[in-house]
Design a protein around this ligand. Structure first.
Ligand SMILES: [Zn+2]
Length: 301
């Protein structure tokens, strides 16, 4: 497994992450479902998941579709993906003229692999055939779906370079759903997105090594005795353990659900037992600087 000999120092003050959605699948939490936007000097570069409501906050963050290098998906549960058709339709009205890569997990019997998932949305035989020009090459640009290994029995680190950024992904444990965690690096800066995971296979310990920001999903409380939920999601103590083990410089908790959003004190206590660095609870539109690891603004203002 690749290791970092010496922790790099983040040298680019222009990189930030906007929380497009800090909620999960519930429609009772007054939050958008999961989504994030990595920007450079205010320009949209990568979307990481795009659940319901993310498109509105993309707009609030002044994101422009033409500026995006790629869309990255951790998995295709509805709360992580279902504003995608809104983005594709909106792109018709943008100035984008270069192809748009869409990276997501390989499939299995519960969900198709990324290229098939995209085809089933946007091909002539898909649910939105009127958008098929975005796959056939007849629109101003094409969607370019690509599958990244999500096989937990072979947890290799995926790595590629795109327009000056390094993208890394690794399979993560999320029950039957093929899922990957993502990491984006540039100029010694790194942000890691946990995705939804119990981290039973401990693969986030590899992906998040020396990250500037570890965005960790807080979908189950420390006190949970729900056997199904704790196989799908990590408890706060596990988030703290990963943060300590990887030497994460800051932790941003997100993907709240009713069962976690009202027990923040207990959550912080459980994380703090393991990890004493910077810790924040995300709200929709929060902006975090990769260099400082701190909240520096909100796209609501
Ligand atoms: Zn989720």
């Amino acid at each position: 497994m690749p290791t970092t000999a010496q922790a790099a120092q983040c040298m680019n003050a222009g990189l930030d992450v906007v929380v497009l959605g800090s909620g999960g699948p519930e429609l009772t939490d007054k939050r958008a479902s999961t989504g994030y936007l990595l920007r450079e000097n205010g320009k949209a570069r990568f979307i990481i998941d795009f659940g319901a409501g993310s498109s509105l906050n993309f707009e609030r963050a002044k994101g422009e579709i033409k500026d995006l290098n790629a869309l990255l998906f951790t998995h295709f549960h509805v709360d992580h993906s279902n504003d995608l058709p809104a983005l594709v339709k909106a792109s018709f009205f943008s100035d984008r003229n270069r192809d748009l890569p869409i990276y997501g997990p390989t499939g299995n019997h519960v969900i198709p692999t990324t290229p098939v998932f995209i085809e089933r949305h946007f091909s002539e035989k898909g649910v939105y055939p009127y958008l098929s020009d975005f796959l056939s090459g007849e629109a101003a640009f094409s969607l370019k779906p690509m599958a990244v290994n999500a096989d937990k029995s072979k947890p290799r680190l995926f790595q590629t370079k795109l327009n000056g950024f390094t993208l890394k992904a690794i399979p993560i444990e999320h029950g039957l759903m093929p899922s990957i965690g993502w990491r984006i690096e540039k100029d010694g800066c790194a942000v890691t997105f946990s995705g939804d995971t119990s981290n039973i296979g401990k693969t986030l310990d590899i992906l998040a090594k020396d990250t500037d920001i570890f965005i960790a999903h807080n979908a189950v409380p420390e006190s949970s005795t729900d056997k199904v939920a704790v196989k799908l999601h990590m408890k706060p103590s596990e988030i703290g353990r990963i943060a300590r083990n990887t030497n994460s410089r800051s932790v941003v908790l997100s993907h709240f659900m009713r069962r976690t959003v009202n027990v923040k004190q207990d959550t912080a206590k459980a994380v703090r037992k393991q990890y004493q660095g910077k810790l924040a609870f995300a709200e929709d539109c929060d902006i975090f600087s990769l260099k400082s690891g701190l909240k520096v603004g909100s796209c609501k203002q």
